[in-house]
Design a protein around this ligand. Structure first.
Ligand code: NI
Length: 460
């Protein structure tokens, strides 16, 4: 009996011990896997953010592992050659940072190795883009930094050299080295004389506040651009010292980007019932103010002023259809609607070189048959959200007040270029809205670059 009991209890004991052992084994295995996971931990995330310039974005990649982290930024511009140059420079700077780092980080490292490679725009205007690429690593108390400066010519995507900037680059080099030496403590100045300027010819930026910053070896030098006005090539002077501000240049560039008005407050100025003998004066003001607008022209008027249509198109404005003879199209026979829209379309296409995508029905009056016709034509109906009733008064101040008072982000403002008082009011309208931070865009840009056939648009 006793033997039997022992026999029965023995395997039960073993099973219990076996279970504990098995469990311990599994826990150890899990811990080991977890440890391997922690050591081999690696994550990478990329985010794209806006810069001060709507056509340029910044792409930042964050790489994280157990004992190191790296944040790398590059700029994405509309110029592929510049993008490639920036990617290469960032890559080179990153490699140098990796090589100079004190140790390969391991699980036994005391500190974490943190690297940051940053791209910053110091100047972007008139096809000149200046960028500072800076690399920094930190490991405990140790840190190291490196900076690369480049100024790109947006027209060809290549970096500018100091020689590209000056009329007499050799004569200038001597003046310039003397100036730099004067700016530096005497011990550094001696070193600097040894540095060949040729090697550092690309290593400079222009800054928004009018400085010329150079990186010569480990030394950074800032000089006021205005001190070198006489030395600059005249064509470059125009590009760097043009009196127009960056904000005034933006609307033109903005038309190239679909999401501009999602990120910036925009309004669209529209002018109906022209072209007339007032229109060239309006175009002068718009050119001076660098404001693109949308004209809704009468086919019959366009035929009388073909040169005005051509000029408006050449100066960056858009031409929409406002019917042939300003007929109220609501409740009209389909044949008459078709005649009014199609004849104006044909005239506009002949004069502007492009079939109009936009149509504004006279008096804002339309019905389903008008919308059907527009849909069949591939055109959208463009109405408005701000009506200053500029045809109702000759009081310029009143027109300005009514046009600007109700304007909000996304407004389509209705004006008429067959009224002299409206043209008189335009400059003040622009200045008022610009002061309030609005950008001026064409109707299509207001709606992200394109509008849908047969749809109605009042306000973005
Ligand atoms: Ni009209």
């Amino acid at each position: 009996m006793g033997e039997k009991q022992a026999e029965q209890q023995e395997p039960r004991k073993l099973t219990f011990r076996g279970k504990i052992f098995g469990l311990m084994f599994i826990i150890c295995l899990l811990l080991a896997v977890l440890l391997i996971q922690v050591v081999n931990y690696y994550s990478q995330t990329t985010v794209e953010t806006a810069t001060d310039y709507p056509e340029i974005t910044q792409k930042t990649t964050v790489e994280k592992s157990f004992r190191s982290s790296r944040e790398t930024s590059i700029l994405v511009t509309p110029n592929a050659a510049i993008n490639q140059n920036i990617v290469q420079l960032v890559h080179d700077v990153t490699q140098r940072a990796i090589e100079s780092a004190p140790t390969k980080p391991s699980i036994f490292s005391r500190f974490k190795l943190e690297q940051t490679i940053d791209c910053r725009i110091t100047y972007f205007r008139e096809n000149i883009l200046s960028v500072v690429i800076s690399a920094r690593w930190q490991y405990g108390e140790l840190t190291q930094t490196e900076q690369v400066l480049r100024t790109f010519d947006f027209t060809n995507g290549q970096p500018l050299m100091t020689a590209d900037l000056f009329k007499n680059s050799l004569g200038f080099t001597q003046t310039f080295l003397a100036d730099i030496n004067r700016k530096l403590p005497s011990d550094q100045a001696t070193d600097l004389a040894q540095i060949s300027l040729a090697e550092n010819q690309q290593n400079f930026v222009i800054t928004r506040d009018g400085f010329w910053k150079l990186q010569l070896g480990k030394t950074e030098v800032s000089l006021s651009l205005s001190d070198y006005l006489k030395a600059f090539k005249p064509e470059l002077l125009v590009r760097v010292f043009d009196e127009q501000s960056q904000t005034e240049k933006l609307p033109e560039l903005a038309t190239q980007r679909g999401d501009f008005c999602q990120k910036n407050p925009c309004v669209a100025l529209t002018f109906d019932d022209g072209p007339t003998e007032q229109t060239p004066r309006l175009l002068d003001i718009l050119r001076q103010q660098r404001v693109p607008v949308t004209f809704f022209v009468l086919g019959s008027a366009a035929e009388r002023h073909p040169e005005t249509i051509e000029r408006a198109v050449n100066e960056g404005h858009r031409i929409g259809n406002h019917s042939w003879s300003h007929l109220n199209l609501r409740h009209k026979p389909a044949g008459q609607v078709a005649f009014e829209i199609d004849r104006a379309n044909q005239t506009i296409e002949r004069l502007s070189g492009e079939a109009p995508r936009l149509m504004r029905p006279p008096y804002g009056a339309y019905d389903q048959s008008v919308l059907n016709k527009l849909r069949a034509n591939g055109q959208a109906a463009i109405l408005w959200s701000v009506d200053p009733r500029d045809w109702d008064t000759t009081d310029v101040n009143l027109v300005v007040e009514r046009a600007t008072g109700a304007a909000t982000n996304g407004s389509i403002i209705l004006l008429h270029d067959n009224h002299a008082s409206t043209v008189d009011a335009v400059e003040s309208i622009i200045q008022d809205l610009r002061t309030r931070g609005f950008y001026f865009v064409t109707v299509e840009t207001l709606f992200g670059g394109s509008v849908e056939a047969g749809e109605r648009y009042f306000h973005n």
